[in-house]
Design a protein around this ligand. Structure first.
Ligand code: XMP
Length: 511
């Protein structure tokens, strides 16, 4: 177990895992736990410092999350953020009031007096506020160390208890990282010795202890998350893990072979690896289907059916591994937004496989952290930096009916497009880039022959969160090469189009 740990107690705010991630960026191990973790458990966990997160409640509200006051007597430094700061004030005898003006967004605070938390910070600095309640009176003995125009107690402290009304973890708080660093190092005394390799080491140890001689099953897609989860598990329990890779025939060119080369029996990891070529079944089911949502449902359902069939062959399993990462946890936690598309992330598997428990070894990590773990595990860069690829694959990048012929046309065009973007050095700056096949055929002329062939659409977007995206500008000379190569080399295409639409109103995929 880590010697230096920071414990984040979650009071329901939006940025909780971001706080943990920031602390990990400071090379100190950090985990988020629910606010009602018992005092005994906290003592046992033995953190060097505790952070109370923000949250949507008012600390005076009925049923508002609270905490045992004895936590302040554990002699562990505590930093309360937003709701966490108000809770600290309220429990220790200060006053929290409803603000006449809610502060939201970038705000200037004035730092007063001396505080280790603000060591090296400017006396006036921009922070991110997002609150309605505020601390109107600090508890007795607390020193106010910062204020803003609308907030008399933007920060306060006493001994090793610190509270800030703003959010140091978000990037809009200009010196937020410095403040967190001050808390973690100067106040909690951490040295910052944690590395991703420690995450790997600890996870392997914990997985070993948990699974013992149990049998584990993993649906491997070749994507970053499931690949990293599988290799982590295989490090812990070796051949007790079986990976099932369903090739639905809707993957990118050469992708099925690439996955097999890395994860198959002749690859470096020597996994217990079962590859199922189910393409014929998928093509059969997709025959005549043109509606994109229907395609998604068919592919998702078929995937589960094939997986279930293969899983049954290996007999009972104890655990099912899923490559869930933190953003998936947040997205599924919201669960209220309208269904724009039904995502296929092997979500239905738990309903059809008999097992004791799901294991999600990456559920606390962000995508870039997962990539670091992947590199740490020695997974090839090509796989680790693979761009996102939808579960239903090329099935949803072909407008109209999906046929074997159309899949091959699209695989070839997409391969050239990606190859040229990578060669030109453009790819590394793009969020996602791929080709899609329209259902439109038009007249062309090749040699002296009239052609009547498909048009392919090239798409490239810039995005940080994949919720919104801007169409990307690709130099015309690169486009020129791509367009010529596609019409010359790919049989079945005589026109190349580019998609100049952002998301919204379009989506990133072209279906
Ligand atoms: P859209 O098209 O909704 O895509 O703007 C946003 C991001 O999600 C990916 N995507 C999927 N990923 N299963 C996945 O794992 C799916 O069913 C799926 N559909 C879309 C898409 O590639 C983009 O990165």
């Amino acid at each position: 177990m880590q010697k230096e740990k920071i414990l984040v107690l979650d009071f329901g705010g939006q940025y909780n895992e971001l706080i943990a991630r920031r602390v990990r960026e400071l090379s100190v191990y950090c985990e988020v736990h629910p606010y009602n973790m018992s005092l005994n458990k906290i003592k046992e966990y033995n953190p060097k410092g505790i952070i109370f997160t923000g949250g949507p409640n008012s600390c005076y509200a009925k049923d508002a999350p609270t905490i045992d006051k004895k936590i302040f007597e554990l002699n562990i430094p505590i930093l309360g953020i937003c709701y966490g700061s108000q809770l600290m004030a309220n429990l220790l005898g200060g006053t929290v009031s409803k603000a006449k003006i809610s502060e939201y967004g970038k705000t200037e605070i004035n730092i007063i007096g001396e505080s280790k938390l603000f060591d090296d910070c400017h006396r006036q600095t921009i922070v991110w506020m997002s609150h309605t309640d505020y601390i109107s009176k600090a508890p007795e003995g607390f020193q106010v160390t910062a204020f803003s125009n609308d907030c008399p107690v933007a920060a306060m402290e006493k001994d090793n208890l610190y509270a800030v009304q703003f959010h140091p973890e978000v990037m809009h708080t200009v010196e937020g990282m410095l403040m967190l660093k001050n808390f973690v190092t100067l106040i909690c005394g951490c040295h910052g010795e944690w590395q991703m390799s420690d995450f790997v080491k600890n996870s392997v140890k914990e997985l070993k202890e948990k699974i013992k001689d149990g049998k584990v099953l993993c649906a491997l897609s070749g994507g970053v998350d499931s690949s990293v989860a599988a290799i982590l598990l295989s490090k812990a329990i070796g051949k007790q893990l079986t990976c099932v890779f369903v090739d639905h025939g809707l993957l990118r060119k050469n992708e099925a072979q690439e996955v097999e080369e890395v994860f198959g029996p002749n690859g470096p990891y020597k996994l217990n690896f079962i590859k199922v070529d189910a393409s014929a079944e998928f093509y059969q089911k997709l025959k005549g289907v043109v509606d994109p949502e229907e395609k998604r449902k068919i592919i998702g359902k078929e995937f589960i059916r094939v997986f279930e069939r293969e899983a049954k062959k290996i007999g009972e399993v104890d655990y099912l591994v899923q490559g869930t990462i933190y953003p998936d946890v947040i997205e599924s936690g919201l669960g209220k937004s309208a269904t724009i598309k039904s995502h296929h992330n092997v979500g239905g598997l738990p309903d059809v496989i008999d097992f004791k428990e799901i294991i999600e070894p990456l559920r606390l990590l962000f995508k870039d952290e997962v990539r670091k773990v992947g590199l740490e595990l020695g997974i090839p860069e090509k796989l680790v930096y693979r761009q996102p690829f939808p579960g239903p694959g090329l099935g949803i990048r072909i407008i109209g009916e999906v046929t074997k012929e159309k899949i091959e046309i699209l695989q070839d065009a997409d391969y050239i497009y990606r190859e040229e973007l990578e060669k030109a050095g453009v790819a590394k700056n793009l969020g996602q880039y791929f080709a899609a096949l329209t259902n439109m055929r038009s007249v062309g002329v090749m040699g002296d022959e009239r052609t009547y062939l498909y048009a392919v659409v090239l798409r490239a977007v810039n995005t940080s969160d994949f919720m919104t995206a801007d169409w990307a500008q690709i130099p015309f000379d690169v486009m020129d090469i791509i367009s010529r190569r596609i019409v010359n080399e790919v049989k079945g295409i005589n026109r190349v189009l580019y998609d100049f639409t952002s998301k919204p109103p379009a989506t990133i995929e072209f279906e």
